[in-house]
Design a protein around this ligand. Sequence first.
Ligand code: IMP
Ligand code: MG
Length: 170
Amino acid sequence: MTFKTLISQKSIQKRNRVLSQEIQRYYSQKEWILLGLMNGSLYFLPDLLRHLPPQTPMETWKVTSYLGTQSTGKLRGIPRSCPPLKNKHVLIVDDILDTGSTLFEVRHAVEKMGALSVRIAVLLSKNVRRQKNVKVHWVGFKIPNRFVVGYGLDLDGKYRNLPDIQEIQP
Ligand code: IMP
Ligand code: MG
């Protein structure tokens, strides 16, 4: 297996600053909350949060669907209820949009919990394997259909803490 850097930590941080400014501008007059999906947004969520006003609230859900480099298609971990989201404008934050099933289901659950609005921010978007039509409002980087790790993204729990985003070649 070989690793090739696709996006450096410096470019990620530069992009995060721009994204958080745009997000802040959009939500400045709204009662809002960030909902980070773990473990993928382990670094992305706090890095965005660092640039946002100190009163910005956040929640996390731990959801999983992946085994190795393949999505199992079965999403686990959506809670039955999440009171902090009720009557709030919710921004879902995730590491990557791939087939779209994760964000499709999470979005639906958040709507059912009484959110006033739901938007989505992802660090990465692969545009090849989309199975569900999910609108994302903020995208860090569009990437080709490759399996990537680092900056929170993992392969079976490994390589999450690599500082750059790296492409894995088997
Ligand atoms: P989707 O449900 O197929 O859109 O996949 C979304 C989830 O799959 C993400 O939140 C990631 O956790 C995981 N995922 C998709 N592609 C990759 C990748 O290239 N590397 C690591 N995780 C990935
Ligand atoms: Mg994930």
